[in-house]
Design a protein around this ligand. Sequence first.
Ligand code: HEC
Ligand code: HEC
Ligand code: HEC
Ligand code: HEC
Ligand code: HEC
Ligand code: HEC
Ligand code: HEC
Ligand code: HEC
Ligand code: HEC
Length: 423
Amino acid sequence: MRLMLRVACCGLLLAAAALIRGVPFAAAEDACIDCHKALREERLSRPAFKIKDDYHLVRGLSCHNCHGGDPTALDNKAQSHSPAKGFVGKPKRQAIPESCGRCHSDPVYMRTFNPSIRTDQVKEYYTSAHGKRLREGDQKVAVCISCHDVHAIRAVKDQMAWTHPIKVAETCGRCHGDAEYMKAYKIPTDQFEKYKQSIHYEMLTKRGDLASPTCSSCHGSHGAAPPGIDSVANICSHCHVATVELFAKSAHKPAFAELGMPACVTCHGNHDVTKPSDAMLAGGEGTPCATCHEANSVPLKKAAELRTMVEGLSSRIDQAAAVLTKAERAGMEVGQPRFELIAAKESLIKARAETHSLQVEKIKTATDSGLIVAQKSLESGQDLLAELQFRRKGLAVSMLVIGAVLVGLFFKIREVDRRRGPG
Ligand code: HEC
Ligand code: HEC
Ligand code: HEC
Ligand code: HEC
Ligand code: HEC
Ligand code: HEC
Ligand code: HEC
Ligand code: HEC
Ligand code: HEC
């Protein structure tokens, strides 16, 4: 009885230890892992060491689930590798999508693990430039393991996964940023470099804004484009919905369509989208406007007018903020006018977005209401500074009075002393 209890306890402890490491019990007895760990050739032993980081192992799957064979035949390669036990060995590169798809395209099987996992990766993959070219026999395009790694395939939410949003650009950049690797193709290899200069990269990697796009947000991870997008050229609309609506009201909408130019990318670029400035509105040399509008043309005169309005509000806000800061440094309470200034900043944001509509009246409405608020904040700040000035003057006057009294007292005392005479 005692012995049985002890055995049961040991079993429980072992099970707990295995659970903590996230390793299924069978793994310790896995002939494939055991033998492969001991093999000299690095190509053969590496998978057995890497596999500890693989999500498949966490979910109770192991070598034989992908390669076939018998994992219970300890120290017996012939039996482990037996074709009768379904051993298929190393899949050819061209066959990799199908080998992953054996499970990942099977909704009935996959849903026993995860009811909400998608099972369209392989189908989608063959619609992408990668999949199409793989079918044609191109071995250099990305297959599943180029983006997910192999033998250390991590869950996509895992921060260390090659497919984690922060890591994706590096994953794609390994091929697309390598001019030597991509030599045979007639496409640029600057996407990663340019993307690293973009506001999207900054928001994603430096400010942790996961809503900001990386390569796969715009190009799709498996398909030719993300779901719901007909062409990558229209991808910006996916996220910048409000701007798209404003652009749709503009004279540019039909004009760009007629010229066959994509809406947002024509002015902002695709990989190196930077923070735009009011100066870009002016349409001079070096701005995207110059491609279509001549200097001094009517549209550019109108654009200059827009710039003046937006910059007018922007500089009034800066002025008000500077005065408030000065007052605050001098110890005045500026909470209220600071708070009010936020409304002016919101008007500025609205006006800048509204420039996409090219509708002068709308933009003017936004800048005018902003100007009223900014002016009020500016005046509040100036009043505070004036009050400070007044208080300082008051202080100076009272100091003068006190000084005069003290001097008067001094002379009075001396006079009294002198009258008493030396005594
Ligand atoms: C007793 C040792 C041993 C066991 C057990 C074993 N292997 Fe191997 N495996 C080898 C050796 C040695 C090679 C090198 C190629 C060869 O000799 O067939 C190899 C090669 C492989 C390859 C590469 C084949 C290629 O085409 O390059 C794969 C994949 C593989 N094993 C998977 C497995 C799986 C899966 C299991 C368990 C079901 C397993 N092995 C069990 C020793 C073993
Ligand atoms: C999720 C599926 C999957 C699992 C699990 C898996 N493999 Fe593999 N394995 C592959 C694929 C795909 C390749 C082909 C890699 C390539 O083309 O570079 C491969 C390649 C190999 C190779 C050949 C390596 C080379 O560079 O030639 C060996 C050996 C191997 N696997 C052994 C194992 C062992 C041992 C395990 C368990 C520890 C294991 N695999 C688990 C999918 C898997
Ligand atoms: C060009 C890179 C790339 C290739 C090739 C690729 N994937 Fe992915 N995959 C990703 C990225 C990035 C994510 C995470 C973001 C997402 O879900 O779109 C992902 C997500 C996944 C997921 C998580 C569920 C899901 O769909 O979101 C699975 C499963 C998956 N991929 C399997 C595969 C399989 C199987 C293949 C081969 C047919 C493959 N992937 C090819 C980049 C790639
Ligand atoms: C034997 C069946 C099987 C094979 C073969 C297989 N997988 Fe999986 N895979 C699974 C299961 C089951 C899960 C766990 C799903 C879950 O719990 O979300 C999974 C999970 C994943 C995930 C993580 C998904 C997520 O939600 O984060 C990725 C990525 C993935 N597999 C890629 C691959 C790739 C790439 C291959 C081919 C090299 C492959 N798988 C081969 C069964 C398989
Ligand atoms: C294993 C290397 C490799 C990886 C990793 C890779 N690609 Fe590719 N990709 C290629 C090759 C090779 C081509 C074919 C180029 C061609 O047809 O001009 C290609 C083609 C493309 C194309 C079509 C280009 C065109 O207009 O012809 C796009 C878009 C693309 N990849 C995006 C991505 C994205 C996004 C990622 C990461 C999520 C990625 N790729 C990861 C190798 C890779
Ligand atoms: C904000 C969206 C966006 C992001 C992020 C993005 N792309 Fe693009 N990419 C585009 C658009 C739009 C095009 C032009 C497509 C067209 O004209 O059909 C393009 C074109 C491409 C092409 C075709 C060749 C070229 O340069 O014109 C490749 C390859 C490519 N991108 C790869 C990448 C890679 C790799 C990353 C990440 C480092 C990336 N892209 C990030 C939107 C994006
Ligand atoms: C996946 C969603 C997504 C896609 C796709 C996307 N963006 Fe963005 N974009 C963001 C986020 C998030 C920010 C940072 C927050 C903000 O300022 O709105 C941002 C910022 C910007 C900014 C700077 C805004 C500012 O206030 O300074 C511009 C300009 C921009 N994107 C243009 C584009 C263009 C052009 C495209 C298409 C080539 C595009 N975006 C595609 C999400 C996206
Ligand atoms: C792809 C070509 C193209 C680009 C790039 C372009 N425009 Fe235009 N724009 C047009 C066309 C075509 C029209 C309509 C015909 C006209 O008035 O000349 C137009 C009209 C305008 C109008 C007049 C709208 C109206 O209601 O009268 C303004 C203002 C304007 N553009 C400003 C700009 C500014 C500022 C830029 C750069 C930030 C720019 N455009 C970039 C093609 C372009
Ligand atoms: C005719 C050129 C042009 C086109 C087309 C264009 N933009 Fe802009 N965009 C600008 C200019 C100029 C600014 C800077 C306005 C300012 O700061 O005064 C700007 C600013 C922005 C901003 C930052 C300000 C804001 O609105 O929050 C975003 C985001 C943006 N654009 C997104 C887009 C998107 C998305 C599209 C496609 C629907 C697009 N743009 C089309 C010229 C353009």
